[in-house]
Design a binder for this molecule. Structure first.
Ligand code: DGL
Length: 265
C-alpha cells in the first residue's frame, strides 16, 4: 500500500507548484500528476462542468492505484472537493483549507485578502472556510482572471503585469488587509509583483501548507512510503504548445516523463 502513488490533479500544469513542494517534503513518495490541459481553464467555467471534470480526473488517478488524492486546483477544490470526498474511498485533500488555516493564524488585524479565479472567488468557499474558524474575520475576495494568462506567457515581471497587479490589488491594499492568500495554482510565480504593490504583509501559498499537512496525515495513517521511490509520472490531456517550458517553470526541475492521456470521453 505504502508504495502506491499520491495522485494529484489540476486543470493544467499550474498544479506542478504543489508537486514541487510535495517533492521537497516527501521525497520518497511516488507521485502521479494529471493536468487536464485539454479542458483548461477551469476558473471561468460553470460549477457543473468543473464537478464533472474533477470526477473524471479522480477516477483516472484511482485507476492508476493512487492511495491518496490531492486536488491541486483551487477552482476544483472550491466547488467539487466535498463531492469527491463523498464519492471516492481514499483520503482526499484540497488546497483551500490548509491555506485558510495558515492565514487565520498569521493575520493580526483579522483582515485577509483572497485572490483567485472567478469561479473560486464567486463560489464563496473561502468566506465559508474562514467564518468556520473565526466569525469576526473580514475576508476580502478579489477575482483576478488575467493573472493566469500572464503567468502562462511568462510575464512575471513585465510592466503590463505590474499595471494589472495594481488594478486588482489596490482595493485590497485600501481595505488594509495584512495577509494575502494566493488562491490559484499560478499565483506563487507572481510573488515579486504582488510584493511591489502590497509591500511586506503576510503571503500564504497553500502549496507550502499542503505539503506539511499531507506529510502529517500520511504519517498518522501509516501511509508513508518508507521504502524509497520518489518517482514522478506526469499525464496531460493535451500536449499544448510550450507546455514543457511552462511546466518546468512551475515544477522547478526538468519534466522528464510525461504522456498524453484521454479521460472522460
Ligand atoms: N488551476 C486553476 C486554479 O487553481 C487555474 C487555471 C484555470 O483556470 O484552470 O484555480
Amino acid at each position: 500500500m505504502n508504495e502506491k502513488p499520491i495522485g494529484i490533479f489540476d486543470s493544467g500544469i499550474g498544479g506542478l507548484t504543489v508537486v514541487r513542494q510535495l517533492r521537497k517534503v516527501l521525497p520518497n513518495e511516488n507521485i502521479i500528476y494529471l493536468g487536464d490541459t485539454a479542458r483548461l481553464p477551469y476558473g471561468s467555467k460553470s460549477v457543473d462542468s468543473i464537478i464533472q471534470y474533477s470526477i473524471n480526473n479522480a477516477e483516472f488517478l484511482l485507476s492508476r492505484g493512487a492511495k491518496y488524492l490531492v486536488v491541486a486546483c483551487y477552482s476544483s477544490t472550491s466547488v467539487a472537493l466535498e463531492i469527491l470526498v463523498q464519492r471516492f474511498p481514499v483520503p482526499i485533500i484540497g488546497v483551500i483549507q490548509p491555506g485558510v488555516r495558515k492565514a487565520a493564524v498569521l493575520t493580526r488585524n483579522r483582515r485577509v485578502g483572497v485572490i483567485g479565479t472567478s469561479l473560486t472567488i464567486f463560489s464563496g468557499t473561502y468566506e465559508k472556510a474562514f467564518k468556520a474558524i473565526d466569525s469576526q474575520l473580514q475576508v476580502m475576495g478579489r477575482a483576478c482572471p488575467l493573472f493566469v494568462p500572464l503567468v502562462e506567457e511568462g510575464w512575471l515581471e513585465h510592466e503590463a503585469t505590474e499595471i494589472i497587479c495594481r488594478a486588482y490589488l489596490n482595493p485590497l491594499k485600501d481595505d488594509d488587509v495584512d495577509t494575502l492568500l494566493l488562491g490559484c495554482t499560478h499565483y506563487p510565480l507572481l510573488m515579486k509583483a504582488f510584493r511591489k504593490v502590497m509591500g511586506e504583509i503576510n503571503y500564504v501559498d497553500a502549496a507550502v501548507e499542503i505539503g506539511v499537512e499531507l506529510a502529517d496525515d500520511l504519517r498518522t495513517n501509516n501511509l508513508l512510503n518508507s521504502g524509497g521511490g520518489g518517482k514522478l509520472s506526469i499525464y496531460l490531456t493535451d500536449l499544448s504548445m510550450n507546455f514543457k517550458e511552462i511546466g518546468e517553470r512551475f515544477l522547478g526541475e526538468p519534466m522528464t516523463t510525461f504522456s498524453r492521456v484521454a479521460i472522460g470521453v
